[in-house]
Design a protein around this ligand. Structure first.
Ligand code: MN
Length: 205
């Protein structure tokens, strides 16, 4: 029941008779390295959605400019509701008038390793780290690699009013290239652009 509760906000906001987004069976634990996904979402305003698996759900942040490979870029991020694990695979068009109406592609996907620790060097579980306001992790994805950190800079306790920064750590995977133009970027799953996914949906494919 705790699982259903965790996705309550996700479910409340969506009419699954209208959107093809996954309902999400349950929040369950899986074997192996936790996964992450970065989606590009051409909604009312274009943004990236950055999602990390923790406690059987995807902890989610909207990142207007998207993650950068450049440690000098501080990318503003806002928490959004937990999403079901199945959302990792979602690519398609959310109907206009529905919550988040617009086109979604999976820009990047992969696994990550939590690298958040306390002063004594003990690992802090990711969900707890996010509650405390700072998490660092190493991504091993199709496009993004190496250390990143999420740090809360404003607000506590009321997720969607909080302000966070997503910053690349200065490591061997850092680069001077930022984030590509979201309209030209291609899906890590299908190779398609936002425009191609939207056109396919419009023609019934
Ligand atoms: Mn979004």
């Amino acid at each position: 029941m705790a699982d259903a509760k965790r996705l309550a906000k996700y479910h409340r906001r969506r009419d699954f008779a209208k959107t093809a987004e996954p309902r999400g069976r349950s929040a369950g634990s899986r074997a192996g390295a936790p996964s992450y996904v970065v989606q590009i979402h051409d909604a009312r305003s274009m943004h990236f959605d950055f999602r990390l698996e923790a406690d059987g759900v995807l902890k989610s942040f909207a990142v207007p400019k998207g993650p950068s490979r450049d440690p000098h870029d501080k990318r503003f991020a806002t928490p959004t509701e937990d999403h079901p694990l199945e959302y990792r695979e979602f690519e398609g068009v959310i109907p206009q008038g529905e919550y988040g109406g617009g086109t979604v592609i999976v820009w990047d996907e992969g696994t990550f390793r939590n690298a958040t620790s306390d002063r004594d060097g003990h690992e802090i579980p990711l969900a707890e780290a996010l509650e405390r306001g700072h998490a660092s992790f190493r991504l091993d994805g199709r496009k993004l690699h190496g250390g990143y950190a999420l740090t809360r800079i404003r607000g506590t306790g009321d997720g969607e009013r909080e302000a966070w920064l997503l910053v690349k750590e200065a490591d061997e995977r850092a680069a001077a290239t930022g984030t590509p133009d979201p309209r030209r970027a291609r899906s890590a799953r299908s190779g398609r652009t936002l425009g191609q996914v939207a056109a396919a949906a419009a023609s019934g494919g």
